[in-house]
Structure formats: structure tokens, C-alpha cells
Design a protein around this ligand. Structure first.
Ligand code: OAD
Length: 237
């Protein structure tokens, strides 16, 4: 079996839903219970950094306590038959903990912090415990903030992610409502992909071009049902 083909997985919050991590826009999703502008914008940080820090500390705790689900593991297993690159909108590290080796975070990684000063993207600092506190500062003395992209901020990882999507032979979009830009626009870069799939319970109504195969299922069911098929597909080519 050749490893000359590249599968690119583009994942969103639904990927981790079966690990017990809340999605954003489903019923009882995070944005139903929190106002975005209070916790996930640069303005919120300026106004009330403690509240923002607390919100992300809570997210970090639930992520650390969660474990990868069968869909994360199935994606890791794809590495035995193909090159696999994951571009994730998720700030959790469940792909990595499932053993995937090439994971690119578009919206940051909750296990890390960064300076709230002018050199935010220069360095990311691993957070050892569950919490960031008021006294955590970068070497230049600015308070550390979570390494996440907030609404209204640019997405520094976008360009690299677009280059990855361009190289996809197979694209698997999984667990994302494709409502947040620029992230959702990334799928337009997968022009060379001969096979494109979207796995999501709402796959039938999500906005993707006609050449996508729509798999209306949860991430685990969708990925497991799909594994042998994708394996056969790659070995036939
Ligand atoms: P959303 O909450 O917008 O969408 C979650 C998607 O997951 C929906 O399409 C659901 O149908 C689907 N879903 C729910 N349960 C699922 C399951 N068990 N298996 C598979 N799919 C399931 O989340 P995202 O599209 O990831 O950004 O949201 C994108 C961005 O918006 C996030 O990265 C975050 C958020 O605001 C930032 O924080 C910058």
C-alpha cells in the first residue's frame, strides 16, 4: 500500500462531542450559555481578564478530564495507510492524545498560553496545571492569556492550513457547522482532492459543494463505518 496519498481531516467541535466536550452552536452548546462578547473577544479580555481566564480555565479542566473517542482513534489509524494531516478548529488536544502525529490548530490550543502584549504569536507557553492565573506573565511582564483565537482576531495559522488543504487527495470534513470564517473557507482550497466527505449528523443540510459525499452520522459511527471503505479506495488507486 502506498503512502503517496494524503488524507486531510478538517475537524470541528462535533469531533469531540462524544468525548463529552460541548459544541458551540448545537442545542445546549457553549454559545447558548455564554455570550461570545463576554468571554471570547479582545474587548472582553480588556474589560474583564479574570472572567475570560475563568471561562477558559473551565474549558481546560473539561478537556483535560476528557479522553479521545473512537473517531479520534480511527483517524490516527489512517496513518497506517496514508499520509494524514489534521487541520482542527478545536482548541482541545484530543487528536494528539489519540496519537495523531500531524495536527494543526487553527484556533489555538487550550493547553498553551501566550502573551497578551504585542508579541503574542512569538511564543506559546505550555500550561502545566489546569489554571492560568493573574500572576502568570510572559518574560516581558505582560499577563498570559489563553492561546486561542477570539472573535475579531486574525487567524495566524490560516495560510499554513490552506497550503495543507491544497495538498489533499482525500478530504474528510467532520463535526463542523462551517459557519465561522475564515475557517469554513478553507475547504475551498481542496481543489485537488479527488474524494471529499462530510461526516456530521447534519451533513444533509450543511453547505458544501455537490461533489461531497454526505455521511449523516456522529463522528464515531461515521468514521468507523468508513474506515474499510477509505482503505480500499486508497489501495485501488
Ligand atoms: P459548531 O458548534 O458550530 O458545530 C458543531 C457541528 O458538530 C454541528 O454541525 C453539529 O451537527 C456537529 N455535531 C454534533 N454532535 C456531533 C457528533 N457526535 N459527531 C459529529 N458531529 C457532531 O462548532 P464548529 O463548527 O467547530 O471558534 O465551530 C467553529 C468555531 O466556532 C469554533 O472553532 C469556535 C467557535 O466559536 C472559536 O472559538 C474562534
Amino acid at each position: 500500500m502506498s503512502k503517496t496519498q494524503t488524507i486531510v481531516v478538517f475537524s470541528g467541535a462535533g469531533m469531540s462531542a462524544e468525548s463529552g466536550i460541548k459544541t458551540f452552536r448545537d442545542v445546549d452548546g457553549l454559545w447558548e450559555n455564554h455570550r461570545v462578547e463576554d468571554v471570547a473577544t479582545p474587548e472582553a479580555w480588556l474589560k474583564n481578564p479574570n472572567m475570560v481566564t475563568k471561562f477558559y480555565n473551565e474549558r481546560r479542566i473539561s478537556i483535560i478530564e476528557a479522553t479521545p473517542n473512537e473517531a479520534h482513534f480511527a483517524i490516527t489509524k489512517l496513518e497506517s495507510i496514508s499520509n494524514v494531516d489534521i487541520v482542527t478548529q478545536n482548541i482541545d488536544d484530543l487528536h494528539e492524545r489519540a496519537g495523531s502525529t500531524s495536527v494543526h490548530h487553527l484556533h489555538g490550543n487550550i493547553r498553551y498560553s501566550k502573551s497578551s502584549g504585542p508579541n503574542q504569536e512569538r511564543e506559546y507557553y505550555r500550561i502545566d496545571g489546569f489554571e492560568l492565573t493573574e500572576s502568570d506573565v510572559c518574560p516581558e511582564g505582560f499577563r498570559l492569556r489563553p492561546h486561542v483565537v477570539w472573535f475579531g482576531e486574525s487567524v495566524p495559522a490560516f495560510e499554513n492550513a490552506a497550503a495543507i488543504l491544497e495538498k489533499a487527495d482525500v478530504l474528510i470534513v467532520i463535526g463542523t457547522s462551517l459557519q465561522v470564517y475564515p475557517a469554513a473557507g478553507l475547504i475551498d482550497f481542496a481543489q485537488n482532492a479527488a474524494h471529499k466527505f462530510i461526516i456530521d449528523p447534519k451533513a444533509d443540510i450543511l453547505s458544501v459543494p455537490d461533489d461531497y459525499r454526505r455521511v449523516s452520522a456522529k463522528a464515531t459511527e461515521g468514521m468507523l463505518g468508513f474506515f474499510d471503505e477509505i482503505k480500499n479506495m486508497l489501495s485501488d488507486e
